[in-house]
Design a protein around this ligand. Structure first.
Ligand SMILES: Nc1nc2c(ncn2[C@@H]2O[C@H](COP(=O)(O)OP(=O)(O)OP(=O)(O)O)[C@@H](O)[C@H]2O)c(=O)[nH]1
Ligand SMILES: [Mg+2]
Length: 250
C-alpha cells in the first residue's frame, strides 16, 4: 500500500525564496522561441484589445529593436531588421506561449528620430506612440533600446516623461544598452553606471546581438515580468538551441 502525503503548505520563507529565485534562462529562451507574428497596425485603434501581458520595444530609429526581438526569439526574420533606418513602420505584435496558448505579447514599435522622415509624419508617429504607451491597457513592460554611443536622445527623454506616471504605478521598465560590441569593456561599465542613474529605478542591461551578450539576462527578466504569479523556479523543458544572431550589418 502506498501512503500519499500531501505537500506541506509553503511557509512564507519558502514563498519568498521562490519569488526571488531566477528562472532558468533555458526556460525563458524556450518561451521566447515560441514567438509568432500576430498582427500589424498603423495606429493604436486597429490593434486588438488583449488581456495577456504586453511588452513593448521602443527607441530611436536604428537602435536595434527588431534585431533584439529576433535575437531573443532566436528567429532570423520575425521582426524586420535593416541597415536602413525607418524599416519598422507599423506596430507589430508577436504572440508568445507554449502549446499554442498565448500568454504574452511582444510589440515592435517603429523607431523615432530618423531625420529623413517628413516632419508631419514624425509628429503623427510620436502621437501614435505616446497614445499607445499611455493607454494600452495590457501593457506590462517597456524595453527602451538605447545605443550607448549616443546616450538618451531628446526624444528618449520625452518618452521617459510620457511613461513615468505608469512606471510609478508599477509598469516594468528596462533600458537595453544595445550594440555593446561597439564599446570597450571600460566603456561598457561606464555606460551601464551612467544609465543606471538615468533610468529612474528601471532595470539596465548591456546587449549585443552578434556577441550574444545579455540575451539570457534580458530573456529571464521578460519571462518573470510576463509570469509574475508563477514561481520562478520553473522546470527546464524542451531547451532550444540558439541560432546565430542576426547579421550586424551596421
Ligand atoms: N554591431 C551591432 N549591430 C546591431 C546590433 N543590433 C542591431 N544592429 C544593427 O543596427 C541596424 C538597425 O537594427 P534594427 O534592428 O533594424 O533597428 P530598429 O531599432 O528596429 O530600427 P527601426 O525599425 O528603424 O526603428 C542593423 O544594421 C542591425 O544589424 C548589435 O547588437 N550590434
Ligand atoms: Mg525595427
Amino acid at each position: 500500500m502506498t501512503i500519499q502525503t500531501s505537500p506541506s503548505p509553503a511557509t512564507p520563507a519558502t514563498a519568498l525564496a521562490q519569488a526571488t529565485q531566477t528562472v532558468s534562462p533555458v526556460v525563458a529562451l524556450g518561451w521566447l522561441h515560441t514567438a509568432k507574428f500576430l498582427t500589424t497596425a498603423p495606429q493604436l485603434h486597429f490593434l486588438p484589445p488583449l488581456e495577456v501581458p504586453e511588452i513593448a520595444f521602443v527607441g530611436r530609429s536604428n537602435a536595434g529593436k527588431s534585431t533584439c526581438i529576433n535575437t531573443l526569439t532566436q528567429q532570423k526574420q520575425l521582426a524586420f531588421a535593416s541597415k536602413k533606418p525607418g524599416r519598422t513602420q507599423h506596430i507589430n505584435l508577436f504572440s508568445l506561449g507554449k502549446q499554442g496558448v498565448t500568454d504574452a505579447i511582444l510589440t515592435d514599435l517603429p523607431g523615432y528620430g530618423y531625420a529623413a522622415v517628413p516632419k508631419a509624419d514624425k509628429i503623427r508617429w510620436q502621437q501614435v506612440m505616446a497614445n499607445y504607451l499611455v493607454t494600452r491597457e495590457n501593457l506590462k513592460a517597456i524595453v527602451l533600446m538605447c545605443d550607448p554611443r549616443h546616450g538618451l536622445t531628446e526624444l528618449d527623454e520625452v518618452l521617459l516623461d510620457v511613461v513615468r506616471p505608469r512606471v510609478e504605478e508599477g509598469l516594468k521598465f528596462l533600458v537595453v544598452l544595445t550594440k555593446a560590441d561597439k564599446l570597450t569593456r571600460a566603456e561598457q561599465t561606464k555606460a551601464l553606471s551612467i544609465m543606471k542613474l538615468q533610468a529612474g529605478g528601471g532595470e539596465v542591461r548591456l546587449f549585443s546581438a552578434p556577441k550574444r551578450q545579455g540575451i539570457e539576462e534580458v530573456a529571464t527578466l521578460l519571462w518573470q515580468w510576463a509570469h509574475p504569479d508563477l514561481p520562478s523556479a520553473a522546470t527546464a523543458t524542451d531547451p532550444v538551441p540558439p541560432e546565430s544572431a542576426e547579421d550586424a550589418t551596421e
